[in-house]
Ligand binder design. Structure first.
Ligand SMILES: CC1=C(CCC(=O)O)c2cc3nc(cc4[nH]c(cc5[nH]c(cc1n2)c(C)c5CCC(=O)O)c(CCC(=O)O)c4C)C(CCC(=O)O)=C3C
Ligand SMILES: [Fe+2]
Length: 328
């Protein structure tokens, strides 16, 4: 173990009651170009679930599962909702933590899934005198523990299809869409988000053919994001004669809102309308191999940090002409 005295789980955060929904969403999109209509639409997804995102519960469950295998105090801080990283950092400093390892609940390289979390950690540390050093554990998208968990869950989802459709079912891997400009600059040499997703999907698919498609597109319609969208892809597969699909949300590590709404509600409805058999693989969650992977990462020599220019921030939201925003 590389001399860590705590594990810090870093996650996205989500609302836990209806009054949290709008302030949470405003935190998520601060400084980004997300149309108001899109925000209100997404707010409705949360309200349909009682104003509660599953993600915080899932972080608590992961931490409970990690406790017996990690042998270190475990802390948890989020980017967008309580417990906020800065508060957690304050608590760690108060407890005398000197050197923490950070496990981020996002597996791939891109600004949104990597650099933004690193910036969050740096900002939280900057707010807290005596904050511990934080060493981010390495990327784990192709770690055998993550791959084994997803392979297991994919097998289970295939087995939930009617027996006669199992052999021929198409595996459709999904990940959060990101703007093409962000995809182009992901990782040290660009393109890493899509490359890593494709590599992991190939490991999980084994001998089966598979597709990699995108979900949960945000942003203004004129900005290009990764395509095709999962729902459009289901229609294209059906038109080409496919009868059964297994969705594998390889881009996420827990069954949070974007999985349960965008796949289990929206994509599932599209599949029903198309007459397509559809099951969805569980994400890694608290699968024992995913949990033991974290212990294995902690035992590795200290990883090198991401190079400075890797996964750069997108250009800040363009300033609008004052007349467009001011009162008329
Ligand atoms: C790559 C990626 C991941 C995977 C990596 C990771 O896991 O971090 C991810 C995860 C998540 N995204 C989530 C929620 C949201 N993402 C949004 C908006 C955006 N996501 C983006 C990218 C990603 N997002 C981007 C480029 C935007 C546009 C605004 C911006 O440039 O930042 C919005 C705004 C409304 C909208 O959808 O338009 C919401 C509410 C939740 C929580 C779910 C829950 O509550 O259970 C999770 C785990
Ligand atoms: Fe997102």
């Amino acid at each position: 173990m590389a001399g860590y005295d705590a594990l810090l789980v870093v996650s996205f955060g989500g609302p836990e009651k209806p009054e949290d929904v709008m302030p949470f969403l405003e935190n998520v999109v601060r400084g980004r170009d997300v149309p108001r209509e899109r925000l209100l639409e997404v707010a409705e997804h949360y309200h349909q679930a009682g104003g509660v995102s599953p993600i915080n519960r899932q972080c608590r469950d992961l931490i409970d599962a990690l406790r017996p295998v990690v042998g270190l105090p475990i802390y948890w801080g989020n980017r967008n909702w309580h417990p906020f990283l800065a508060d957690t950092m304050r608590q760690m400093a108060g407890d005398g933590v000197r050197r923490a390892a950070a496990f981020i609940t996002a597996a791939y390289s891109s600004y949104s899934s990597c650099r933004q979390y690193l910036d969050d950690i740096a900002q939280a540390r900057a707010q807290v005198p005596g904050a511990p050093a934080v060493v981010r554990l390495r990327h784990y998208f192709d770690h055998p523990g993550f791959v084994a968990a997803m392979t297991d869950h994919t097998r289970q989802a295939i087995d939930r299809l009617p027996a006669e459709h199992r052999a021929g079912a198409r595996l459709v891997f999904t990940a959060h869409s990101i703007p093409l400009s962000m995809a182009a600059t992901a990782g040290p040499d660009g393109g890493a988000y899509e490359e890593q997703l494709r590599a992991t999907a190939a490991l999980v698919a084994g001998d089966r053919p598979f597709d990699l498609v995108w979900q949960s597109r945000s942003g203004p319609p004129q900005v290009p994001w990764l395509e095709p969208d999962v729902c459009d892809h289901l229609a294209a597969l059906r038109a080409a004669g496919t009868e059964a699909v297994v969705l594998v949300p390889i881009g996420f590590v827990s069954d949070h809102m974007e999985v349960v709404y965008d796949l289990d509600t929206e994509a599932a409805q599209v599949a029903r309308d198309l007459g397509l058999h559809l099951t969805r693989a569980a994400t890694a969650g608290t699968h024992p191999r995913f949990v033991s992977m974290v212990a294995e990462l902690l035992a590795e020599p200290e990883p090198a940090p991401c190079p400075a220019g890797c996964c750069p921030a997108p250009r800040p939201r363009a300033a609008r002409p004052a007349a467009a925003e001011g009162p008329r």
